[in-house]
Design a protein. Structure first.
Length: 241
């Protein structure tokens, strides 16, 4: 702004405009003023309400980023695998000793024998329960009795093997015998084992190694102490940390 006067011209800076507060930051609050009347019997309704401008208080909200989120089993396995890859894989665990593996195998063999006995004696019980159901609705098997008993026996055996052998290896990385002696089963690349990998190791490759006998001696001829089922299923037996 230019100010023309007798003394000449003079530049005058215009006053800065004050920033107006935003409307959403303010609100009107209705209050009743503390007014005293000479007449104590005056009704309270005669006191007029007054609106006062007050700054609006920010609302509280939950910060979701501050709450830790639970990781899935796959995410935890990936994080553990990454930790192992950062270090030397061979130095991140201790391989299982031969005596412990023999003891664990013996315990697992006893458990397998007990499961076989349970399957054998439970097959007639299951057959009787099925017969009660059929008699109630006046139904009958279309297959001969021996075939029916064989089907029930196989179904019981598969259920026992899956529940008591495959699932512990897949979800807990050990059989019951290895848990007793303090051993773990892990993959050569990843720590966790899939259900398919556990089934292949325990049901397919381990019986194959037992049948050809040579599977017992393979761990003595490789630096990772891998038996036949370990080589085919890509697993390792290690000491529990």
């Amino acid at each position: 702004m230019v100010d023309q006067s007798k003394g000449g011209t003079k530049t005058v800076n215009a006053p800065k405009q004050q920033q107006q507060p935003q409307e959403e930051d303010w609100e009107f609050t209705t209050v009743k003023p503390a007014v005293k009347y000479d007449d104590p019997a005056a009704p309270e309704s005669q006191i007029k309400d007054t609106k006062v401008v007050a700054k609006r208080q920010p609302s509280l909200a939950l910060d979701e980023t501050a709450v830790p989120k639970m990781k899935t089993r796959t995410e935890m396995a990936a994080a553990l695998t990454k930790m192992v890859e950062d270090d030397d894989l061979e130095n991140s665990f201790n391989l299982a000793s031969y005596p412990k593996r023999v003891i664990a195998f013996a315990i697992d063999a006893v458990i397998a024998a007990v499961l076989g006995v349970v399957v054998y004696f439970s097959t007639p019980v299951v057959r009787g329960l099925i017969q009660l159901f059929l008699d109630r609705y006046k139904l009958q098997f279309l297959l001969p009795e021996p075939v029916v008993m064989q089907i029930i026996f196989i179904a019981n055996a598969v259920a026992m093997i899956f529940l008591f052998i495959c699932l512990p290896v897949a979800f807990f990385n050990h059989s019951y015998g290895k848990k007793v002696v303090g051993l773990k089963i892990r993959g050569t690349e990843k720590y966790t084992l899939s259900i398919v990998q556990a089934i292949q190791r325990e049901i397919v490759y381990k019986p194959l190694g037992i049948l050809i006998v040579v599977g017992f001696f393979i761990p003595f001829f490789n630096k990772k102490h891998q038996a036949l089922q370990d080589l085919l299923a890509e697993t390792l037996v290690i000491e529990k940390e």
